[in-house]
Write a protein that binds this ligand. Structure first.
Ligand SMILES: Nc1nc2c(ncn2[C@@H]2O[C@H](COP(=O)(O)OP(=O)(O)OP(=O)(O)O)[C@@H](O)[C@H]2O)c(=O)[nH]1
Length: 323
């Protein structure tokens, strides 16, 4: 984590002093968990009213935890988005939960367990099992109820969830139709401690804009290439600065792939794909930064770079496509 990013630990440590002060203000953390593709990112975006976490029809797009922060005069809710859990059976879900349980759940005030209306899988079961051993209150968000015209058809599913999850409440929602979202906030507030703001008011997320820029580019990579996205590819922001003279943001991003053939896939015929990605990413960056943006996307092959973090420092540039 770079210096200009606030670390959760630092902030929590700094907020201890306020904890014993009597106050009407409420502030705290809500973890959003669930198997891939249930709609966690979509819900987060709706709750926060801004595009912070990336969504895609592909599972596994949320690789980082993002703390989206919703601040009002009365309360501050910090949503902790968790990465999609790896498919591949109960074992990997278990491994994931073991790792996550210690970090993501320990400091939160409430857990929002997102499930998909009408679809209860082994992975959901594995999550439910893990939650049994956790003291933190659990609220189940049954998302995608818009897929059901007749809500009564969901009763057996709800009963199944009720039997499997030790929970405090179940809220039926549709992130698409924006229904049930106010209920989530109300429910979360039941569990937030009375304490002063943890983050300064102007913080929408504790991730820097630089980080969000990389997320946007990664999203375009996934949207453009779909199943073709090279395994292990990643995005590094090489330059991120506002040029006062030019009156625009100058952003250079590096898409790192592991093999030469993968580079060609990302670039596309005559650079068509990377150009499209650049155009789309630039549009979102303009919205994010609220200003003009000059974006350069580069693709670089570095064999086994992911195994050797030090190699990242010595990377040069290859192809350059700007938009
Ligand atoms: N019908 C319907 N589809 C939804 C709803 N919410 C999300 N989706 C869709 O479900 C898919 C997955 O949504 P995401 O928000 O990316 O899911 P996620 O749980 O964050 O997935 P990971 O990032 O892989 O963990 C996308 O195609 C969404 O458009 C909803 O309320 N109704």
């Amino acid at each position: 984590m770079s210096d200009n990013e606030l670390s959760l630990e630092k902030i929590l440590a700094g907020s201890d002093a306020d904890k014993n002060q009597p106050t009407d203000y409420q502030a705290g953390f809500a973890a959003v968990i669930g198997r891939p593709n249930v709609g966690k990112s979509t819900i987060m975006n709706e709750l926060l009213g801004q595009k912070l976490s990336i969504t895609s029809h592909k599972p596994q797009t949320t690789r980082h935890r993002i703390h989206g922060i919703y601040t009002t005069q009365e309360h501050q809710i910090i949503y902790v988005d968790t990465p999609g859990m790896h498919l591949g059976g109960e074992k990997s879900i278990n491994d994931y939960m073991n790792r996550t349980a210690n970090s993501a759940f320990a400091d939160v005030d409430v857990i929002l367990f997102v499930v998909e209306a009408g679809r209860w899988t082994k992975e959901d079961e594995a999550v439910a099992k893990k939650l049994k051993g956790i003291d933190t209150p659990v609220v189940v968000l049954m998302n995608k109820i818009d897929n059901y015209k007749n809500k009564e058809d969901l009763f057996p599913f709800m009963q199944k969830v009720g039997e499997s999850v030790t929970m405090d409440t179940l809220i039926p929602i549709s992130a698409y139709k924006k229904s049930g979202l106010d209920l989530i906030k109300k429910e979360v507030l039941k569990y937030l401690p009375h304490q002063e703001k943890i983050f300064p008011e102007e913080y929408i997320t504790d991730r820097s804009q630089r980080f969000l820029a990389a997320e946007i580019i990664r999203e375009k990579l996934m949207r453009t290439l779909g199943e073709e996205v090279p395994y292990g590819s990643t995005v590094e922001i090489e330059q991120f600065k506002y040029d006062e003279e030019e009156g625009r943001w100058l952003i250079n991003a590096l898409i790192l792939v592991e093999r030469k053939g993968q580079k060609q896939i990302v670039i596309g015929k005559k650079g068509e794909l990377i150009k499209q990605m650049g155009i789309q990413a630039r549009k979102d960056l303009i919205a994010l930064l609220d200003g003009r943006v000059h974006l350069e996307l580069w693709v670089k092959v570095k064999e086994n770079w992911s195994d050797d973090a030090r190699a990242l420092a010595s990377l040069g540039y290859d192809d350059n496509y700007s938009s």
